[in-house]
Design a binder for this molecule. Structure first.
Ligand code: GLP
Length: 261
């Protein structure tokens, strides 16, 4: 696992966006794993800028969201389908239908989850998966105690996650769905490159546990330790509890110039 410590979220977003741009340049039909939450928004802004200024194209690319709420109105502005459309899909040149989210409105939930797994496989698997991290270490909506081998399925959110996400629902906890569909940890681990981003002191504990703690279901992001190509990009505040921070800085500063993240 590579840990990149940056001065600001904007600097970290730029590194992640550059990795995506390089991927799209070498593989225009790349499959991107898209995340929601506040953390990746700077990455999406940087990609939009690269699209507008440098002609970075998503026209042949495809995308898969990590997760989706269950039970929202189909046109609810906070469904992850709507959020991704607003933050990235509709701002660049993805082809119509090229980005999918798990179907949080499906009548047959197990069939929808199996279909989502199948669609990812049929697309050739995810090349680069962006990830945020919950304060409790969740990735996607895989709450603590999620199986490290899990696949796309329905999950029940913890009260803490619903409270954290209430800010997107006018601080009305009752409006935050209790259920979600999420790629499993096993699904996420199949992506070829994982790029986890974290900003701020409220993520410092989870980041340290994920990177330096034991691999365990109670800390879903610790599963990244099992992946061959995982990059963790954190600002100084989110890096505060890492015991090996100086070593990670040293490794990054001394990387061969040709090697990306
Ligand atoms: C939600 C999302 C996660 C995200 C997490 C952290 O639970 N499902 O994908 O990583 O929130 O959100 P934020 O980036 O807003 O801190």
């Amino acid at each position: 696992m590579e840990v990149v410590i940056v001065d600001s979220p904007a600097a970290g977003a730029e590194i992640a966006a550059r990795a995506i741009a390089e991927l799209l340049t070498t593989k225009p039909a790349a499959v991107l794993g898209l995340a929601t939450g506040s953390t990746p928004l700077g990455v999406y802004d940087a990609l939009v800028r690269m699209h507008q200024q440098d002609g970075l194209s998503f026209a042949s690319a495809r995308g898969f969201a990590l997760d989706e709420y269950v039970g929202l109105d189909v046109d609810h502005p906070e469904s992850y389908r709507a959020v991704l459309q607003r933050e990235i899909v509709g701002r660049v040149d993805f082809a119509a239908g090229a980005v999918r989210t798990p179907d949080g409105w499906a009548e047959d939930v197990p069939a929808a989850c199996a279909g989502y797994e199948r669609a990812i496989s049929e697309a050739g698997g995810i090349d680069l998966q962006l990830l945020g991290i919950g304060g409790d270490g969740h990735i996607g909506f895989n709450e603590p105690s999620s199986s490290l081998a899990s696949r796309t399925r329905v999950k029940t959110l913890t009260l803490a996650t619903r409270q954290a996400n209430a800010r997107f629902f006018h601080d009305d906890l009752g409006a935050v769905p209790k259920h979600v569909l999420t790629q499993g940890i096993g699904t996420i681990l199949k992506a070829r490159h994982l790029v986890l981003l974290a900003w701020g002191t409220q993520k410092a504990h989870a980041v340290a546990q994920a990177v330096e703690g034991s691999v365990r279901a109670m800390m879903p992001a610790s599963a990244l330790q099992l992946h061959q190509h995982a990059t963790v990009i954190v600002d100084e505040a989110a890096a505060a509890n890492l015991t090996q921070a100086d070593y990670y800085r040293y490794v990054y500063l001394n990387k061969p110039a040709w090697q990306g993240i």
